[in-house]
Ligand binder design. Structure first.
Ligand SMILES: CSC[C@@H](O)[C@@H](O)C(=O)COP(=O)(O)O
Ligand SMILES: [Zn+2]
Length: 221
């Protein structure tokens, strides 16, 4: 495997930014316990991602792992393991120009993912008209279709679904839901990915408040 070369200063800067965003999202209740993971793309084909199983409210720059952006393989042996969901981040880096990816278990988006998702089939959440759609950087800000993926126990299988969908859907929104699990958003940097996450969490809250989310239709069927 070719190991991406990562500048120490760049790694420290990105690590501090990831740690600060992780603490902030934890404090909002969007990364309860060890849930959620964040990454940023680094120059030279690498990405920096939160280590697996760590308390997301207590992260420092030292709690991040360098991986290959396109595969998620760890760049060098070390004491920390990269997030268990690294392959989903890599699927996004391979198929989009994202510079950062944010995955959380925020309550409203997760509730919508429970309600609209299916155990074994790709479904989608249609969103129309809401002003907050303008915060997602869509080609058509009046409507979008957010994919909802099955929460396969094998994470690489979720990642393969995500890569296939994004490769086949040029105007896909910078967001996805995973059934019974959570939400992932991305952007050109961490600030934009987080911003889009805030818009979507707020949209999901509005959809639930207005009774606009169809009830799950036989998740097992
Ligand atoms: C607290 S259980 C959540 C995990 O199963 C997973 O979905 C998650 O978001 C965090 O995994 P991690 O490996 O720590 O990045
Ligand atoms: Zn998760």
């Amino acid at each position: 495997m070719t190991r991406p070369a990562v500048d120490d200063g760049e790694r420290a800067r990105a690590g501090s930014e990831l740690a600060a965003v992780s603490r902030a999202l934890y404090e909002r209740g969007w990364m309860p316990g060890t849930a959620g993971n964040l990454s940023v793309r680094l120059p030279g084909g690498a990405a920096l991602i939160t280590a697996s199983g760590r308390d997301k409210g207590d992260m420092t720059a030292a709690d991040m792992v360098v991986v290959r952006a396109d595969t998620g393989q760890e760049a060098a042996p070390g004491p920390l393991r990269a997030s268990a969901e690294t392959t989903i981040h890599s699927a996004i880096y391979r198929t989009t120009d994202a510079g950062a990816v944010v995955h959380v278990h925020s309550p409203y988006a997760t509730a919508v993912a429970c309600r609209t998702g299916h155990r074994t089939r790709l479904t989608s959440l249609r969103i129309e008209r809401l002003e907050l759609l303008k915060g997602l950087g869509l080609a058509d800000p009046a409507r979008t279709e957010v994919p909802v993926f099955p929460n396969w126990p094998e994470v690489p299988r979720i990642a393969a679904d995500v890569a296939d969908h994004l490769a086949a859907t040029p105007h896909a929104p910078p967001a996805l839901l995973i059934t019974d699990h959570g939400i992932t958003t991305w952007g050109h940097d961490l600030a934009q990915a987080r911003n889009r996450l805030e818009c979507l969490e707020s949209i999901c809250r509005l959809l639930l408040l207005t009774g606009s989310v169809p009830p799950a239709q036989g998740k097992e069927g």
